[in-house]
Design a binder for this molecule. Structure first.
Ligand SMILES: *Cc1c(COP(=O)(O)O)cnc(C)c1O
Length: 485
């Protein structure tokens, strides 16, 4: 039992060379506070006997703790994750990784002054909403465009501007909830518009809409059923029918598209969802979609449509609260320029993942397996580990092989579509899958993968260049840590 009195005093800790160095690099109060926390934790651990530090090393243990704490708090909590799930747009993993041009543009604009709100032609104050509007108009064919924080904000701004105090007609089959926080009925309420539900869950006809129109009707609204699909005996009103009715009655049609596809993904096997261009062409008056879903850019809410409606939104005070940042505009502009340049399937990571051919995916899976084999070539991982005290009866440390699996689009698009994928299946043998998965998650970068039948599955579709090598190093490190090979 250690005498608690032998815990060194704060003065003694602060004169240690390592701590003096920390004080020269960081704020002194921060280092002292961290030292106090470290001492309190070690004292508590000694008191309940949950640690086996010997007296001689208390000081060393405290110094080590202080250094770890400072390093951790100095590296932040947001970190890189390798996505081995095969879910291309994973909201928990930050949705779309950005392409090179978006990153370059963010870097350039972020580190310098810029013309965010200056009209350089006239040398006068300009508008941040001017940027990317022209390129959005060119890509989508719409009369006007506006960018806000996210699609939830876009829907909110649109409804408040065009329908506060009035009625909005929506099909019962489209009262969606997205990601647990965005619910059409609630957003409607917040916007001040009154929701008028028509039709039934599985069937809604254009006559249901026309029957509900009265003097109070401000909008005909359609939300994309991004994360579910109603199958069986169904009927939904098409955009064309809705636009026809809206024109007849002089009521604008509002489409919350959610994902916002800007290029055909048919050669990746993804069909059936309309592109933004098709919705504009069909005559929808206001269309909203996310910047970080199928578009492949940063988080943003994009509104395109008829100028008269978008002009009204630009004048709404609420826009000030939803305004988009310069870094986002830079990332979005960089991404949109890739669409204009015409090769999104090469230069926008998520479009590349979604349109990858069967052969590319197969090759990537073979590469992952062979890189891991190479990384482990000096470890006899397929034989009994020679550590005598391991006490395990398994004959190998790990077994891995290439397999076929199914990937998902995610992020509110093609909710029931499975993409034929490939990857690596790992059986950790002696190590529990829970423990292996947790250890890989706790490294930096972290690896997040799937599991099935007590094995780990790493899908290669969502791996970015260089991830294969890192995964191999991580797995080696995991085995070394757990077995000492
Ligand atoms: C994803 C989605 C939203 C929310 O968009 P965010 O950009 O996440 O705010 C709203 N409506 C639909 C139909 C969606 O799919």
């Amino acid at each position: 039992m250690i005498d608690l009195k032998r815990i060194p005093s704060m003065d003694e800790i602060l004169i240690q060379e390592e701590i003096k160095q920390l004080i020269s690099r960081y704020n002194r109060d921060f280092v002292v506070d961290t030292a106090r926390t470290a001492v309190a934790e070690i004292r508590a651990a000694l008191r309940i006997g949950s640690t086996d530090i010997d007296t001689g090393s208390i000081l060393t243990a405290i110094i080590g703790q202080i250094m770890i704490k400072i390093e951790n708090s100095n590296s932040g909590t947001l970190q890189r994750v390798i996505n081995g799930t095969g879910v291309v747009l994973h909201t928990n993993l930050g949705r779309a990784p950005l392409g090179a041009q978006a990153i370059r543009h963010i870097q350039e604009i972020g580190k310098s002054y810029n013309n965010l709100e200056m009209d350089l032609d006239r040398g006068e104050r300009g508008s941040r909403y001017y940027h990317v509007e022209a390129v959005l108009k060119r890509i989508t064919g719409a009369e006007a465009a506006l960018v806000v924080n996210n699609n939830a904000a876009a829907v909110m701004l649109g409804l408040t501007t065009l329908a506060a105090g009035k009625e909005v007609i929506v099909s019962r089959g489209q009262l969606v909830e997205i990601g647990g926080a965005f619910r059409i009925p609630e957003v409607m309420k917040l916007s001040g518009a009154r929701l008028v539900e028509v039709g039934t869950t599985n069937k809604t006809y254009v006559s249901d809409f026309s029957g509900a129109i009265n003097d109070e009707t401000a909008l005909l609204f359609s939300a994309h059923t991004s994360n579910y699909q109603i199958v069986g005996f169904t009927a939904q009103v098409s955009t064309k029918e809705l636009v026809g009715l809206g024109r007849d009655k002089d009521i604008p049609v509002f489409l919350d598209l959610g994902s916002g596809i800007l290029t055909s993904l048919a050669h990746g096997g993804l069909k059936g969802e309309p592109t933004v261009q098709e919705c504009v062409e069909a005559g929808a008056d206001v269309i909203t979609f996310s910047g970080d879903k199928m578009l492949g850019g940063p988080q943003a809410g994009i509104i395109v449509g008829k100028r008269q409606y978008i002009d009204r939104m630009k004048k709404n005070q609420l826009l000030r609260a939803l305004r988009v940042d310069k870094l986002i505009l830079a990332g979005l502009e960089g991404t949109l320029l890739e669409y204009l340049a015409g090769h999104p399937e090469e230069n926008i990571p998520i479009i590349q993942m979604l349109t990858a051919s069967r052969e590319e995916i197969e090759k990537k899976a073979e590469k992952l397996v062979s890189i891991l084999e190479k990384e482990m070539s000096d470890i006899d991982y397929s034989k009994t580990p020679h550590s005598a005290n391991s006490g395990r009866s398994s004959t190998s440390l790990i077994e891995f092989k290439k397999i076929n699996l199914e990937d998902m689009v995610g992020g509110g698009a093609y909710p029931i579509h499975k993409l034929p994928g490939a990857g690596m299946e790992i059986d950790f043998k002696g190590l529990s899958l829970e423990k292996a998965a947790a250890e890989l998650r706790l490294q930096n970068p972290a690896l997040v993968a799937r599991r099935q039948d007590n094995k780990m599955l790493i899908s290669v579709r969502t791996l970015l260049p260089g991830d294969e090598k890192e995964i191999a190093v991580m797995i080696r490190k995991l085995l070394q840590g757990s077995t000492g090979v």
